[in-house]
Design a protein around this ligand. Structure first.
Ligand code: ADP
Length: 369
């Protein structure tokens, strides 16, 4: 009798536990379904554990919306599958995904930890199609304006330069002409930068070729040596200690990105400073480093440097001419190569910018969407 009673008590407590767990599950499901953003939950065996109604409505996301299926049978998008299967254990992965029907989602995949071990992953998706559309409109507008500004600027520069040829100018007039030319040159630089940024962002075809790090660096040094010398800055290339493997990249774009980094380093380093270029191999990438002994960058500025038009508000920075587009171009070039760019800096001591380019670029992806 006592054995039977003990078993009955165990069964009753199990039933109670089950009921509690079931209530918890139903609550979680209700919360997920009330969430307007698509959510997917994956267990540690990479099976689709839960998804909400918003996820069901996303075109081209789920192959078969049945819980318990392995993710490669349940999820249709290859890029999302790759994000979920990536081995990163602690960190949050965030990426933009283009899905059928011209929709864009900002997807973040984060590991779920319980009792110090990973028990699965949660994937959150935010619909950013509207922002993307606005961004494209903005890019097209800027492109159109800068394109149309190019011709009148060339015309102005031409006529101003010719003024001296058609009659003699007095000293004051010559001074005015010099100022006009400097102004037109500044506008030209801005327009060219805007066009370059637009070109890179709006999907030009990358001309991928086998590239050698030292060649790119030497070309950049050659074109900026004079500027460095004018300011009494030592511009040096530190030859790598290890062999740098050949890598795939668009040489012209990579050169432009490095040029911008070195030009900045010269610009924001006081007279008699030093700018050092180096390159290092990493397991699947090459990393370029541009290090200066300049004024450095405040931590608050470091977070925003790579945004279009961002310039530090510091007085000594503002004294230098600039448009806030150079680093935005570097970032675009890095992103288009599936690489990265980052900065380490200390105020008053100097900055080091790093540009990492993967050794291989995806096949058949030369044309960027
Ligand atoms: P610009 O130089 O035309 O202002 P960039 O996009 O090239 O635009 O740079 C953005 C800002 O980043 C600069 O205004 C400056 O504040 C900061 N910056 C970039 N490179 C350096 C550097 N090497 N040292 C210090 N500050 C820098």
């Amino acid at each position: 009798l006592s054995t039977l009673a003990a078993q009955a008590a165990l069964a009753a407590s199990n039933a109670k536990l089950y009921a509690t767990a079931e209530i918890g599950r139903q609550r979680l499901e209700a919360v997920l379904n009330a969430t307007p953003e698509p959510v997917l939950v994956i267990d540690e065996q990479f099976r689709l554990l839960l998804f909400n109604e918003a996820a069901l409505k996303v075109q081209g996301l789920l192959l078969s919306p049945i819980t318990g299926r392995p993710i490669n049978e349940a999820i249709a998008n290859a890029e999302l599958l790759e994000m979920i299967s990536s081995p990163s254990r602690e960190s949050l992965l965030t990426r933009e995904l283009a899905l059928p029907g011209n929709s864009f989602y900002l997807v973040s995949v984060s590991p779920v930890q319980a009792e110090n071990r990973q028990v699965g992953k949660v994937c959150l998706m935010r619909d950013i199609s509207r922002y993307k559309e606005l961004d494209i409109m903005k890019t097209e507008f800027v492109q159109m304006v800068s394109h149309n500004l190019r011709q009148p600027l060339t015309l102005m520069k031409g006529y101003v330069t010719m003024l001296e040829m058609v009659g003699s100018l007095n000293i004051q007039q010559k001074d005015y002409v010099k100022n006009i030319i400097a102004g037109v040159d500044n506008m030209n630089r801005l327009v060219n930068n805007l066009l370059n940024l637009g070109r890179i962002e709006s999907g030009i075809a990358l001309q991928i070729e086998k590239s050698e790090a030292e060649k790119v660096i030497e070309a950049v040094i050659r074109s900026l040596q004079a500027l460095a010398e004018q300011k009494g800055i030592k511009l040096v290339f530190m030859p790598p200690e290890q062999n740098i493997p050949e890598f795939e990249a668009d040489m012209a774009l990579l050169q432009e990105a490095l040029y911008n980094l070195v030009e900045n380093a010269i610009k924001y380093t006081p007279v008699n400073g030093r700018v050092k270029l180096s390159v290092e191999p990493r397991p699947n990438a090459v990393v370029f480093e541009v290090k200066d002994t300049g004024m450095g960058i405040a931590p608050l500025d470091q977070q925003k440097l790579f945004e279009t038009f961002y310039r530090s508000a510091k007085q000594d920075i503002r004294q230098q001419k600039g448009s806030g587009l150079g680093l935005a171009i570097v970032k675009s070039v890095a992103v288009k190569h599936h690489g990265d760019v980052w900065v380490e800096s200390q105020l008053g001591k100097g900055s080091a910018f790093y540009l990492s380019i993967p050794l291989r670029q995806p096949k058949n992806k030369e044309v960027i969407e």
